[in-house]
Ligand binder design. Structure first.
Ligand code: PMP
Length: 355
């Protein structure tokens, strides 16, 4: 028997951790990464930068050069940009500063599981709203949840993971008007979508937009994400994040990536085109398919149970995300858009399993 203080917090003891199968397969289409590496010139620049890092010194704690360049990309100053180890750490820092014990966080399910998970880890309560049966945001439900729970943080995810659905500007503006606290629009897949809530960010608006280098920038290995928001929010986040949280190597890697915006945009348009091809092919199979504005597609096989399809795809060395046991996503799977070859392999395997 361990002493009471050797035990974890009661709520942590009862929690499930984050699960996403990492299986060794030929075709990995389960975590929405970019199927293409960054350009060779980026790799050369990072390799050269490694030699210039002052390894015996702590990094620039404020990551000023990187924040300035990210800010320039979005037409804001560095004081309106916060950077961290992946957008998940950005979300955690938001929760540490604005939520926590005695405060609540609103999410509209189904959505990215980490929003609620990070809220709970930081001791916040979670106010869960429901989307409609077709996964659209229901503004009456939003009004109900925000009035009842008065959340310190309200999350939207656009395009939404795992549904792929994008919120309209009108919807975001309306939720902004209803949210009593900060509105967080998670745009991890923002570059694939037709518009961005970044255009609504200003000093007078309690809105932050989060983005990541993990998807469009082909840099999932580096763990780099950021938010754009009012400088008074960024100032609070800087108080709670650990000192020197962003290492020098990551800061130079981020700067090197920003020299290749054009190459990133080309990758995005290739993926958007490929998404159309995969979606059309899925519609020819016995599957329910949701239209996506991201680099993945949610679908529900009609003839074989989702979990069985997932297993039979793994047997064919193709890994997709099994959402079939997640609440509200009965029988659903989510496939990341890969290279043309990877997608052909996925589609051929799925055809075999379903027909
Ligand atoms: N937000 C959403 C909606 C995501 O899907 C992901 C990645 N799965 C993240 C945030 C986290 O991305 P990262 O921490 O790699 O920046």
């Amino acid at each position: 028997m361990s002493a009471p203080l050797v035990a974890p917090r009661d709520d942590v003891g009862l929690m499930d951790g984050y699960h996403s199968a990492q299986v060794d397969v030929d075709v990995r289409l389960n975590t929405n990464e970019s199927p293409e590496p960054p350009p060779a010139a980026f790799l050369d620049a990072v390799a050269a930068a490694v030699a210039t890092v002052d390894w015996h010194r702590y990094p620039d704690r404020a990551a000023t050069a990187l924040r300035t360049r990210i800010g320039a990309l979005h037409g804001v100053g560095p004081e309106q940009v916060f950077v961290a180890n992946g957008s998940n750490e950005v979300l955690q820092t938001l929760s540490l500063a604005y939520a926590g014990p005695g405060r609540s966080v609103a999410v509209f399910e189904p959505t990215y599981a980490l929003h609620a998970h990070i809220a709970r880890i930081t001791g916040s309560s979670v106010a869960e709203g429901e989307r409609t049966v077709d996964f659209a945001l229901d503004l009456d439900e939003v009004r109900r949840v925000l009035t009842e729970a008065e959340p310190a943080l309200t999350y939207l995810c656009s395009p939404n993971n795992p549904t792929g659905m994008v919120e309209t500007p009108e919807t975001v503006v309306e939720v902004l008007g209803l949210a009593p606290g900060l509105l967080v629009v998670d745009e991890a897949y923002g570059q694939f979508a037709p518009w961005s809530a970044l255009e609504l960010v200003d000093e007078a608006t309690p809105l932050v937009v989060t983005r990541t280098f993990s998807k469009t920038w082909s840099m999932a290995a580096a763990r780099l994400g950021y938010l754009v928001g009012p400088s008074w929010v960024v100032a609070q986040l800087e108080k709670v994040v650990l000192p020197y949280h962003l290492d020098s190597l990551k800061q130079v890697a981020g700067l090197a990536a920003l020299d290749h915006v054009g190459a990133m945009e080309e990758r995005v348009s290739r993926l958007v085109e490929e998404r159309g091809r995969v979606e059309a092919a899925l519609r020819d199979l016995p599957c329910e398919v949701w239209p996506s504005a991201a680099n993945f597609i949610l679908f529900r096989p009609a003839t074989v149970a989702g979990a069985d399809v997932w297993r039979q795809l793994v047997e064919r060395s193709v890994l997709v995300r099994d959402c079939s046991s997640w609440p509200r996503l009965d029988g659903c799977l989510r496939v990341t858009i890969g290279t043309r070859d990877e997608d052909d392999r996925f589609l051929a395997s799925l055809r075999e399993v379903l027909t």
